[in-house]
Design a protein. Structure first.
Length: 118
């Protein structure tokens, strides 16, 4: 699904961090961002897609996040679809949240609550 979504986005402009690439710092894009490599830092974009080979570590402010890879840090989004690896102490604030996790060991803890923006 991630690759199909990336193909659709290619017609409207897309920023891609390819597998084997690590981006460190602040990434601000007016286009959708697809991560097949690694981003460490801050990201601001309309949408963020993290493939199974991708990882985003840091802070993200996007309208939509779709991750099948690894995420860690803090993310603010209108819509979030998460599978793959969600690291400890990760915070996701979203109006709509879809989580599909598969654990090989241990347990997952999810804390729900309303976040009021100032």
């Amino acid at each position: 699904m991630v690759n199909q979504r990336a193909d659709r986005l290619a017609t409207s402009g897309i920023t891609v961090v390819e597998e084997g690439t690590t981006f460190k710092g602040a990434l601000i894009s007016t286009c959708a961002v697809v991560v097949r490599g690694t981003i460490e830092g801050e990201i601001t974009a309309p949408s963020l897609t993290v493939s199974t080979t991708g990882a985003v570590r840091g802070m993200g402010k996007v309208r939509e996040i779709d991750s099948q890879g690894e995420v860690s840090g803090q993310f603010d989004a209108d819509s979030a679809r998460l599978s793959g690896v969600i690291k400890n102490r990760t915070v996701v604030r979203a109006r709509s949240l879809d989580i599909k996790l598969s654990l090989t060991s241990g347990r997952v803890e999810i804390v729900f609550g309303e976040h009021l923006s100032e």
